[in-house]
Design a binder for this molecule. Structure first.
Ligand SMILES: C[S@@+](CC[C@H](N)C(=O)[O-])C[C@H]1O[C@@H](n2cnc3c(N)ncnc32)[C@H](O)[C@@H]1O
Length: 266
C-alpha cells in the first residue's frame, strides 16, 4: 500500500466523482449486457466489484445476481454510487470503503470478482490480483477490464495519462494483463481487446483535474497527435467533424478459479 499514492487517488476521484457518474451513466447500457453474458452471471452469484467508482457496472449486474458488493477507496465515489443506486431502485447492493490492496473480505466469499477501468491506478497490480484470487470461490470467475496500450506506445501513453490524471500509474499491455493470471490456479476463459468508440476529448477533460499542465495544453497535445496521423500517444486521436476525439484500447480478461486452488504456481 502506498499512502501517498492513495492520497492522490482520493484527491483525483473526489473531484471527478460527480462528473464521472454522469459520464458513465450516459454510456450505452449494453456495455455490461455483453459482459454479463460472457461471464455467465446468474441468480446464485455473489459479485464483488473492486474500485467500483460510482457503481454503474455493479448496479448493471445487481438485477441478475444474488448480491453485489462495491469496494472503493474514495468516499465521494461511493456517495455517487448510493445516489445512482437510489435512482436504479435496487437493494441487493452494499458499498464498502476500502483499499483493494487489503480487501476486508473472507477467502472465497464471492463467485464473481470484477475490476474495471482501475488497474492503471494501482501501484501493485499483482498484489491486488492476488487478493482477487483469494476472495474468489473455487469455480468462480475473475474479470479484469482495463486499457491496454500496445507496448511500443506504453511509455508515451502513461506519460500523457499522468499529465491528465496524476493518479495514473501504468496501463498494462495485453501480455502483462495475461501474465497476471498465469501464476495462479486459474484457467483463462477469454481475453478480448475492443477499443472504445471515439469519445469527445473535451468531455473527458471536463472531468479531469491535471496538476502539471492545463486542460488547454492537453487538448493541444492530443490535437497535434491527431493531426500527425501517427498515433504516437496510443489514443487513436482524431479530429472527427471538427471535434477532437480519442479511443481507449480496452481489453477484458476472464479467468475461472480451479476448485480448491489458491497457492501461487511456480
Ligand atoms: C476510473 S474509476 C473506475 C470506476 C468503475 N470501476 C468504472 O468502470 O466506471 C477508478 C476507481 O478506482 C478507485 N481506486 C483506485 N485505487 C484504488 C484502490 N487501491 N482501492 C480501491 N479503489 C481504488 C478510485 O477511487 C476510482 O473510483
Amino acid at each position: 500500500m502506498s499512502t501517498d499514492h492513495n492520497a492522490r487517488v482520493v484527491d483525483q476521484f473526489s473531484q471527478q466523482a460527480e462528473g464521472y457518474r454522469q459520464l458513465t451513466s450516459s454510456l450505452p447500457s449494453d456495455r455490461s449486457a455483453a459482459l454479463r453474458a460472457q461471464i455467465g452471471a446468474g441468480p446464485e452469484d455473489r459479485l464483488l466489484e473492486l474500485c467500483c467508482g460510482p457503481g454503474s457496472l455493479a448496479l448493471d449486474f445487481a438485477p441478475t445476481v444474488r448480491h453485489v458488493t462495491g469496494l472503493d477507496l474514495t468516499a465521494a465515489m461511493l456517495e455517487q454510487a448510493r445516489i445512482h443506486q437510489a435512482q436504479r431502485g435496487v437493494d441487493n447492493v452494499e458499498w464498502v470503503l476500502g483499499d483493494a490492496c487489503e480487501m476486508p473480505f473472507d477467502d472465497g466469499q464471492f463467485s464473481i470478482v470484477l475490476c474495471s477501468a482501475a488497474f492503471h491506478h494501482l501501484v501493485d497490480p499483482a498484489r491486488v490480483f492476488g487478493q482477487m484470487v483469494r476472495v474468489c470461490s473455487g469455480g468462480g470467475r475473475i474479470v479484469v477490464r482495463d486499457v491496454t496500450p500496445s507496448p511500443d506506445k506504453s511509455e508515451r501513453y502513461d506519460a500523457t495519462e499522468k499529465l491528465r490524471d496524476p493518479s495514473h500509474t501504468h496501463a498494462l499491455s495485453v501480455d502483462e494483463l495475461r501474465a497476471l493470471g498465469s501464476q495462479w490456479p486459474l484457467d483463462e476463459i477469454s481475453l478480448q481487446t475492443t477499443p472504445t468508440t471515439h469519445l469527445g476529448f473535451d468531455a473527458i477533460l471536463a472531468t479531469s483535474f491535471p496538476q502539471q499542465c492545463s486542460r488547454e495544453d492537453l487538448h493541444a497535445l492530443l490535437r497535434a497527435d491527431a493531426l500527425s496521423g501517427e498515433d504516437r500517444l496510443g489514443f487513436k486521436a482524431a479530429v472527427i467533424d471538427g471535434e477532437l476525439k480519442v479511443s481507449y484500447p480496452m481489453s477484458t480478461a476472464i479467468w475461472t478459479k480451479r476448485q480448491g486452488g489458491m497457492t501461487k504456481e511456480a
